[in-house]
Design a protein around this ligand. Sequence first.
Ligand code: WT7
Length: 632
Amino acid sequence: MTQQITNLAEYKETYQRSIDNPEAFWEEQAESFSWSKKWDKVLEWDFRKPDVKWFAGGKLNITENCLDRHLSSRGDQVAILWEPNDPDNDVQSYTYKELHAAVCKMANALKANNIKKGDRVCFYMPMVPELAIGVLACARIGAIHSVVFAGFSASALADRIKDASCNMVICSDYNARGTKNIPVKAIVDEAISMGCDSVETVLVHRNTGDDVVWNDIDKWWHEEIYDQSPSCPAEVMDSEDMLFILYTSGSTGKPKGVVHSCGGYMVYTCYTFKNVFQYSDGDIYWCTADIGWITGHSYIVYGPLLAGATTVMFEGVPTYPDAGRFWEVCDKHKINQFYTAPTAIRALMARGNQYVDKYDLSTLKVIGSVGEPINEEAWNWYNEHVGKFKIPIVDTWWQTETGGIMITPLPGITDTKPCYASYPMPGVQLILVDSEGNIVEGNDKEGLLCITFPWPSMIRTTYGDHERCRQTYFSSFDNMYFTGDGARRDKDGRYRIIGRVDDVINVSGHRMGTAEVENAINEHENVVESAVVGYPHDIKGQGIYAYVITQNPVSDEEKFQKEVRDVVTKVIGPIAKPDIIQITSGLPKTRSGKIMRRILRKVASGDVSNLGDTSTLLNPEIVEEIKNGAKV
Ligand code: WT7
């Protein structure tokens, strides 16, 4: 059984032990899982390469730990409880036994379609149980899954399929979200037509049953699993074999495939799930994230199933049929742990208290937040209207690259404070440095957040480009992992995340590279150059502000703005659409030609009072024009 910390003294003792002797600590945790062969060495590492191996030589299959291991003790317990988009449709549930059988059938279907250990399988699906089943089926046979959030456009999907040379794409026919019915399969068809030559099969799950165009490489999910056996031996994987790829944005134009491996990811996601949510047997746990993001991987699928939990999957959106949906579902399924994003909290808060106050939320024991800083107002509202001042809020800080929760209060164990992710998990060794890499000592200080020692679920590489992984995370400061975030350590040692210090913005909890959005905008035929920055947005946390230089004068600005937004929707997806577009004749640049984003960020945030010294700019005169044209 995974160890669970139960009180403050134990947290302090465990934390100390975990950093005094990390190997011994994580070895103890790893022993609670089933391995077909024990590891030879707990940890080997060199951050300079980077090269990190956890439980090297150990052999396992993560699905045996998610499924088979639970069959005798909790085979008839619900593993996945699925709440449909339309509240009038039926709930679906899979017990551990049923999920095991469904995963095995699908695993056999994958094999029958030529998928082998090491092949890459791309998922582009709505939040249906088949997505979790498909992902686990890949893990069962050692195929590497790459889930792409179904809000991305065909061209963004194609880029990700090509980057990983995926052998198969798995999708649904349509995606029912609120009142929309999104033609997922048609988007996959479009992506495939963009030169995804590696794809041999598209497997289509029938979801809404609406008509789809059929191609030679398409096969129906239900037909492929029909005759398959409900048992499938688990592929024996090395602890360091790849488990999955998940694409995320960085400061360059091209998203990178973050790679996680089997053993360490298993140990860390299970340990953090049990401890951060204080999950106990019989609890019903709900994380509202999408499996297209890391939160869904680690805390809808793997973490909860490894811990033998009942995990709820929700197909819909928070505001359909009305802004009370989350609370209605909490009431209906008697949710004990609820985990969501600040942007959802802010959006629901704005709709009024009547939607939340009418539901019985008395079963809740822990409520969580993830993805971006939660502002004080939203934290207070969550505390009052959802937690009724009685339930701890866990503000969890982590990243796609960290694989699991790194900084968080432990509910009922450590204290909570608005805006503070607070304390490191056991095994997590944090440090603040200044821009030169000098260690910032003592409390009540700010700095760049780095991690000085490996943790089991850390990124291993960026798919197909290891040097990029080194450059991005391990080259800024010697012998440390750099998070890209700035943070403050308060007088008692709690951490508050301030936000990204690189050219990455966080829109509604979705990470976006400004360069990526710029590249998309630049595809508009009348755009010569653009610069994108984030600005404070009441609901989204950060909104997207684009400064655009055009080739020819724009006569109909409204039309132009719509076209720019359409181009971005086409290249990346609707989540990357700029909120504000300002046409300008130039961008402030340094003499070396670098855009001075500091100035653009200030103007976009409505603060033109003190733009600092602009006299060293190549084109200082442009600043006045930009200030005067500001749209805030
Ligand atoms: C970035 C990572 C972790 C899963 C979802 C996002 C920001 C994340 C918090 C938090 C303040 C947070 C950071 C981080 N972030 N959680 N609790 N407080 N900021 O994963 O897309 O990889 O983004 O999200 O800036 O670096 P991601």
